[in-house]
Write a protein that binds this ligand. Structure first.
Ligand SMILES: O=C(O)[C@H](O)[C@@H](O)[C@H](O)[C@H](O)CO
Ligand SMILES: [Zn+2]
Length: 301
């Protein structure tokens, strides 16, 4: 497949303040995503092109599938269930009770059905926040929470290697994509190291997903691109630029997970910037990448 067959299309002009957490739901041919400060969870039907929205009562930073039906989401500092039919939310667990200015940020389910998500201090402007206030957690299927580490700035992208032996993680303000050894059985992580350091023009690493070849795709906030990394060699393999600067996250979806979906933000852009990039806050679809993704894991609790 050659670079020239790549097509990038804005499929939904949603005007998200901060679109995040794209997740493909095969059963409904839909893309789920959130708009964090707008407190919205959205579901875009790729066949009808219709979008449904559920508004919750605090910042919603990630959404994931749930094995028993419906979804789970991180809302404020709470791990919650979300019933789409009646729009009801129930709280499964609360974190960072001593940090009133914190909220969850990115989250994703591991191959054993645990819901991983990290926290951060609330931003006063993009990337402007009290330092080292966040932590990384996971919600086990029995609803207990484990804490992995603290002193995180902006807890962001996460995913697991195809053999489930490595956990990849981004603290945005470290400008690094990190790896840990991963023990699927227990959900334990150890041996943190960096697998890629962002170049200046790549700006801030944000959301991330793995492809079916085990390579990592990282959305670069303010960099207007997604980059494909080889975590084994530490090399960047590919750069795909988008017509919006504040690209926040990416996932694979569509038929056989052959399409990539990218979320982005409008928050932090002045009127002139928004006129230049009117699709900011929309949902983008990239086709022709010549690589597939893998289905998202559902929360097992
Ligand atoms: O999308 C996210 O993960 C955060 O919630 C955003 O706030 C940005 O990442 C941040 O502003 C970039 O540094
Ligand atoms: Zn993010």
């Amino acid at each position: 497949m050659t670079m020239s067959s790549i097509k990038i299309e804005c499929v939904l002009l949603e005007n998200c303040l901060c679109g995040e957490s794209p997740v493909w739901e095969e059963a409904s041919n839909s893309l789920l995503f959130v708009d964090i400060p707008a407190k919205k969870v959205c579901r875009w039907d790729s066949l009808s092109k219709q979008v449904q929205r559920v508004t919750v009562d605090a910042s919603v930073s990630s959404v994931a599938l749930r094995q028993s039906g419906g979804y789970v989401a991180t809302i404020g500092t709470k791990f919650c269930t979300l019933n789409w039919e009646d729009q009801s939310v129930t709280v499964l667990a609360t974190v960072d009770k001593d940090k009133k200015n914190n909220r969850f940020n990115d989250g994703k389910v591991d191959p054993a059905g645990r819901y991983f998500a990290g926290t951060m201090a609330e931003e006063t402007a993009p990337a402007i926040l009290e330092q080292h206030q966040g932590s990384l957690y996971s919600l086990f299927p029995d609803h207990h929470v484990e804490k992995y580490f603290d002193k995180v700035n902006i807890s962001n992208g996460l995913d697991w290697s195809l053999d489930h032996k490595i956990f990849y993680y981004i603290d945005s303000l470290s400008y690094s994509v990190d790896a840990f050894d991963y023990e699927l059985q227990t959900g334990k992580i150890c041996n943190r190291r960096s697998v890629y350091r962002l170049e200046k023009e790549e700006q801030i690493p944000d959301g991330m997903c793995i492809d079916a070849d085990g390579k990592l795709w990282v959305a670069c906030y303010n960099g207007g691109r997604v980059i494909r990394l080889d975590p084994e060699t530490g090399k960047r393999l590919q750069t795909v630029k988008l017509p919006v600067d504040k690209t926040t996250s990416c996932c694979f979806g569509g038929k056989d997970y052959s399409e990539m979906y990218v979320t982005c933000a409008r928050y932090g852009m002045d009127p002139e910037w928004l006129i230049r990039q009117p699709e900011a806050g929309g949902i983008f679809k990239i086709t022709g990448l010549g690589v597939k993704g893998i289905p998202p894991y559902p929360y097992a609790g």
